[in-house]
Design a protein around this ligand. Structure first.
Ligand code: C2E
Ligand code: MG
Ligand code: MG
Ligand code: MG
Length: 282
């Protein structure tokens, strides 16, 4: 009887698995067509200097508007894009379009703005990553210092030798590099010494509840001090409340991103918000 039971269970499990595979195969097929079908769009989230209360840049965040499923979160399709290798053409598309958008904003007079683009560790495995970035910078005629590349710790430690070499080449172009989701990865702090980086982005899980959670407050405080001592810039992600903003400012962290200021929005909305009705930042 117990055999029968486990047999049934096995069958149930198997069909669950193949259903899931079917879903992910469907998603994969749809993702293949997403680029050609113009289903990808970049949203922009403002980065604010809270000391001067000015807009200093934007992070480019990819959105996939699936024809039937609606908006698919990058959390769900970026891993699939990495597995299938689609992240290579998609990542290039994001970089090109984000740089083109920045160039337009610069041409309209907002020359102080920078653009942050997330790169996948998978892109660092490509031989032509650096030449691709260089070509896009030249094509769009943007100041390389205005391009900020974001990489997570876990992506950094995938292939350290090659990654460090490419990061150094990117730095030679003048591009800035930030560690995203800092503090959530599985790497040792020692890498901060070896990787040529310019900034740490405090993960939003630490910023969340900073007013009430003394552990989060301690971790955030420590990351800020670490960045200051290493002479790195520090950016707080996921700032949602005035209290969080006040805490961060009291610790001398001034560069902020979060829903308190704005969610990621379409380029047109970004321009309306900041360039046309630029009376207030939040
Ligand atoms: P990330 O680079 O850490 O981006 C920040 C994420 O936090 C974004 O989620 C943003 O919408 C969200 N966020 C910002 N402020 C707040 C806030 O105040 N509260 C809360 N709850 N969330 C906030 P999103 O856009 O869903 O992106 C998720 C992740 O997907 C990104 O995390 C990044 O790792 C990845 N991603 C997005 N676009 C790209 C891309 O073009 N290429 C690659 N490789 N990865 C990307
Ligand atoms: Mg990011
Ligand atoms: Mg992040
Ligand atoms: Mg993240």
């Amino acid at each position: 009887k117990s055999k029968e039971k486990s047999g049934t269970y096995y069958h149930f499990f198997e069909s669950e698995m193949s259903n899931r595979n079917l879903e992910s195969i469907k998603l994969e097929n749809a993702l293949y067509k997403a680029l050609d079908n113009d289903e990808l769009e970049i949203y922009y989230q403002p980065q604010i200097d809270s000391k001067t209360n000015t807009l200093i840049g934007a992070e480019a965040l990819l959105r996939w508007i699936h024809p039937t499923e609606g908006m698919v979160s990058p959390v769900n399709f970026i891993p699939l894009a990495e597995e299938t290798g689609l992240i290579i053409p998609i990542g290039k598309w994001v970089l090109e379009n984000a740089c083109r958008q920045l160039m337009k904003w610069h041409a309209e007079g907002h020359t102080e703005l920078s653009i942050s683009v997330n790169l996948s560790g998978r892109q660092f495995e490509e031989d032509n990553l650096v030449s691709m970035v260089e070509a896009i910078i030249k094509e769009q005629k943007i100041d390389p210092e205005c391009l900020h590349i974001e990489l997570t710790e876990n992506q950094l430690i995938r292939n350290t030798g090659v990654t460090i070499k490419k990061m150094k080449e990117l730095k030679k172009l003048g591009v800035k590099i930030a560690i995203d989701d800092f503090g959530t990865g599985y790497s040792s702090l020692g890498y901060l010494k070896n990787f040529p980086i310019d900034a740490l982005k405090i993960d939003r899980s630490f910023v969340q509840d900073i007013e009430h959670d003394s552990d989060n407050a301690a971790i955030t405080d420590t990351i800020i001090t670490l960045a200051q001592n290493l002479k790195l810039n520090v950016i707080a992600e996921g700032v949602e409340t005035q209290e969080q903003l006040d805490f961060l400012m009291s610790k001398d962290c001034y560069i902020m991103q979060g829903f308190f200021f704005s969610k990621p929005v379409k380029a047109t909305e970004f321009a309306e918000k900041y360039f046309i009705n630029s009376s207030t930042l939040h």
